[in-house]
Design a protein around this ligand. Structure first.
Ligand code: ZN
Length: 214
């Protein structure tokens, strides 16, 4: 409590949209974002479906995600970003996920060192608190460093991510239903490859859960 007050005085937060002091995205600006009101079933082999809170073309979403992921990394943006996912689930009326576990899309350890945190894991931590679901952050790991997906085309992305992931604790996910958390879903190559690895390790279902769909 005191720590928070002292930090607020030393490092005041300003809304990245309207500049108002107190939060990184104020409630008024958050309310401007259109929340997706349907669950997406994909035509993919491994991923069962996708929960996405909003679309990436929304300028505030884009700004929040870029300030969250790129230097100087505002780690606390995980809270408003995760709250969008929660808002999406509330609209769907889907707030109970019995027997589900949360798994964040992993980062390679070099990338993790560079950024200091895994953005998917930070969002997953917030969702874990709200939904009361276990977060497994050491089951799926990234064993191969890959170039940023953002500049690649779909086929290149698929090739790029192939063989880059490994399930190191399959016993923890056998017959489990998984919510695979990430910030952005673009072509889906990363989530699909994660889902493939998890299903080959005997996960029962794998659903994507992201802030924005590109
Ligand atoms: Zn604002």
């Amino acid at each position: 409590m005191w720590k928070t007050i002292v930090l607020d005085i030393l490092f005041p937060k300003f809304c990245i949209n309207c500049g108002r002091e107190k939060e990184y995205v104020c409630q008024d600006c958050l309310a401007l974002i259109d929340i997706n009101n349907s669950l997406t079933i994909l035509k993919s082999k491994y991923l069962n479906g996708l929960y996405f809170a909003a679309t990436y073309d929304n300028f505030l979403i884009k700004k929040a995600i870029s300030q969250f992921k790129y230097d100087p990394f505002v780690k606390e943006l995980s809270k408003p970003l995760a709250s969008l996912i929660i808002a999406h689930l509330n609209i769907l009326g889907k707030t109970k996920f019995s027997d589900f576990v949360l798994i964040p899309v992993p980062l390679h350890k070099k990338k993790l060192k560079q950024r200091g945190f895994n953005q998917a894991e930070e969002i997953a931590k917030q969702i874990s608190k709200v939904l009361g679901l276990p977060l497994l952050n050491d089951v799926l790991i990234k064993i191969k460093q890959t170039p940023a997906q953002v500049e690649l085309k779909k086929e290149e992305r698929e090739k790029n991510i192939k063989g880059a992931l490994f399930c190191q604790k399959p016993e923890l996910i056998q017959d489990k239903k998984i919510l695979l958390v990430d910030d952005v879903f673009t072509t889906g190559s990363t989530l699909e490859e994660c889902a493939r690895v998890l299903k080959e390790a005997d996960a029962e279902e794998v659903w994507g859960m992201v802030v924005a769909r590109g």
